[in-house]
Design a protein around this ligand. Structure first.
Ligand code: SF4
Length: 449
C-alpha cells in the first residue's frame, strides 16, 4: 500500500502544482467516514483538497444505496459534471460507495456517463492503483468486487476539530428484508479493540470532544474476545475530556450487559438511537428484524430503569409492503408508550435485490403519505412535551459553533441548545440552565464558564 502511494506521489510531483481533490459523500456516517479515508490517502500521496468540483483535478462522489431518491440525485449530479469535463478534459472523475457496488448500477453509469473515469466500492485502498492506471493509460477503470476487509486507518482527513467518527465494525449479517446494506457492504467484521482504543487515545490527545462509534450493527461488535459492552467500558477508561456516542445498535442485540455498560460509563452519552422500524409484530417478522414489539418495549423500559432521564430516538419505516391500518396503529402505540425524543421517518423505498422488493404491495401511496402525516403530528406533540420538561433543568452542552453572539451545541441527549456566548467557547463543554423550549431546540444561559 505504502509503495503504491509513493508511486502515486511521484507521479503527482511531476506536475506544476499538486492536484486538488474534491470528494462529496452522500448518505450515512459510515459513508462520510469512508470518504475521510479516501481523501486522507490522496493527501498522503501529495494532493491538496478543495471544497468545490469547479477547480478540482480529481472529483469523487461517494454514493449511498439505501434510498431510491439518493440514487436519482447522484445521477443528476453526474449529468452536471459533463460541463466540467468539457472545460477541462484532464479532470479525473470517479464514483464510489454502496450505489456502484450494485453491478447493474455500475454498468449503467459506465454506459451513460462517459465522462466518468473510474468506479470503486467502499474500499479506499483500491484507489491509488486505479489512479495510477488512469494517469498512465487514460482508460476507464472499475473495481467493485472488493473482498470484505477491515480497512487500515492510517491516513484520515477529518474536517472537524471537535467531532470524530471511529468505525468499530463493518458490514452486516442481519439481512433485514428491506435493506441493501449486507449485499453491498458484506458480512460483519470487527476491528481489533487495540486499534480502536489507540485511535481514540490519539483523538483524545488531539482534543477531540465527541467520538461517534460506527457500525452497521454496532452492538454486535466482537473481536479478540471483547464484545460491545466490554469495548464501551474500555473506551470509558481512556483519559481525556470527551464524550462518546454510537450508531446504529440493533434492538435484538441490546442486552442487559450493554445497557449496564452505558449506565456505568460516564463518557457514554445517555442517549440511545434504537431503530424500531415498525411496532407491528407481523411487519417486524416480514422485515426479518428478529424482535417483537413487546421485546422492544421491554428493552426501552430496562434502559430507562437503569438510566433515568435517558433519551431514546428511533427510525421508523412507514408503509412497508402491505402494512395495514392495524399494523400502523401498533407503531403509533409504541411511539406513544416510549416517548422518543426524536424520530427519523421514511416512507418505504423499494430496493431491487432485496427480499421485500419481491412483495406485491397493495397499500396505496396516498394511504402511506397520510400515515406519515399522522405519525409526524403525534411525534410533534411528544417532542414538544419532552422539550418543555427540560425547562428549569441544567444540561451539559458541547458547543459547536457561534453566530451573531449565539452559541449552538448539543446536550448529551442529542438535543440542540442555544445560549448567548463568545466564539472562544466553541469546542468546550458548558453547563446550560434551560429557560425556554421549542419543539426541536432548547434555550438557556451558561451557568459555568
Ligand atoms: S441491521 Fe438491518 S437495516 Fe441495519 S444495516 Fe443490517 S440489514 Fe440493514
Amino acid at each position: 500500500m505504502i509503495e503504491i502511494l509513493e508511486k502515486l506521489s511521484e507521479t503527482f510531483s511531476k506536475r506544476q502544482s499538486p492536484p486538488l481533490v474534491f470528494l462529496h459523500s452522500f448518505g450515512c456516517r459510515q459513508n462520510v467516514s469512508d470518504g475521510e479515508s479516501t481523501v486522507g490517502l490522496l493527501v498522503k500521496a501529495g494532493c491538496g483538497v478543495t471544497d468545490t468540483p469547479d477547480n478540482a483535478d480529481i472529483i469523487i462522489y461517494n454514493t449511498c444505496a439505501v434510498r431510491e431518491n439518493a440514487e436519482k440525485h447522484v445521477y443528476g449530479v453526474l449529468g452536471e459534471l459533463t460541463h466540467i469535463k468539457e472545460r477541462n478534459p484532464d479532470v479525473i472523475i470517479g464514483v464510489c460507495g454502496c450505489m456502484v457496488k450494485q453491478k447493474h448500477v455500475a454498468e449503467f453509469i459506465k454506459k451513460t456517463y462517459r465522462h466518468v473515469d473510474f468506479l470503486f466500492g467502499n474500499n479506499a485502498e483500491t484507489l491509488p492503483d486505479i489512479l495510477l492506471e488512469i494517469l498512465d493509460k487514460r482508460t476507464f477503470m472499475m473495481n467493485i468486487n472488493e473482498p470484505d476487509i477491515i480497512p487500515e486507518r492510517e491516513f484520515i482527513q477529518r474536517k472537524s476539530k471537535i467531532f470524530a467518527d471511529v468505525p468499530i465494525m463493518y458490514g452486516c449479517n442481519n439481512f433485514c428484508t428491506y435493506c441493501i446494506v449486507p449485499y453491498v457492504r458484506g458480512r460483519e467484521r470487527s476491528r481489533s479493540p487495540h486499534d480502536i482504543i489507540e485511535e481514540i487515545k490519539a483523538l483524545s490527545k488531539d482534543n477531540i470532544k465527541e467520538i461517534m462509534l460506527l457500525g452497521q450493527n454496532a452492538n454486535s461488535y466482537s473481536s479478540d474476545n471483547v464484545d460491545f459492552a466490554e469495548l464501551l467500558l474500555k473506551i470509558n477508561d481512556i483519559d481525556g475530556d470527551f464524550r462518546v456516542r454510537f450508531m446504529s445498535p440493533h434492538p435484538k442485540d441490546m442486552g442487559s450487559d450493554v445497557l449496564q455498560a452505558i449506565a456505568q460509563s460516564e463518557k457514554i452519552c445517555k442517549h440511545i438511537h434504537l431503530p424500531l422500524q415498525s411496532g407491528s409484530n407481523r411487519i417486524l417478522e416480514a422485515m426479518n428484524r428478529r424482535y417483537t414489539k413487546e421485546k422492544f418495549l421491554e428493552t426501552a423500559d430496562k434502559a430507562r430503569s437503569l438510566m433515568p432521564g435517558l433519551s431514546i430516538s428511533t427510525d421508523i419505516i412507514v408503509g412497508f409492503p402491505n402494512e395495514t391500518a392495524e399494523d400502523f396503529e401498533d407503531t403509533l402505540d409504541v411511539v406513544k408508550t416510549i416517548g422518543f425524543t426524536n424520530i427519523f421517518t421514511f416512507i418505504y423505498s423499494k430496493r431491487s435485490g432485496t427480499k421485500a422488493a419481491e412483495i406485491i404491495d397493495l397499500t396505496p401511496k396516498d394511504e402511506k403519505t397520510a400515515r406519515m402525516t399522522r405519525l409526524l403530528s403525534l411525534q410533534n406533540e411528544i417532542s414538544t412535551k419532552i422539550m418543555a420538561d427540560f425547562v428549569g433543568k441544567t444540561v451539559k452542552v458541547l458547543i459547536e459553533e457561534q453566530k451573531d453572539g449565539i452559541l449552538f451545541g448539543k446536550s448529551e441527549h442529542s438535543i440542540g441548545v442555544k445560549t448567548p456566548g463568545d466564539p472562544g467557547e466553541v469546542g468546550t463543554f458548558k453547563d446550560v440552565k434551560i429557560t425556554g423550549a421549542k419543539r426541536s431546540e432548547l434555550y438557556g444561559e451558561i451557568v459555568n464558564s
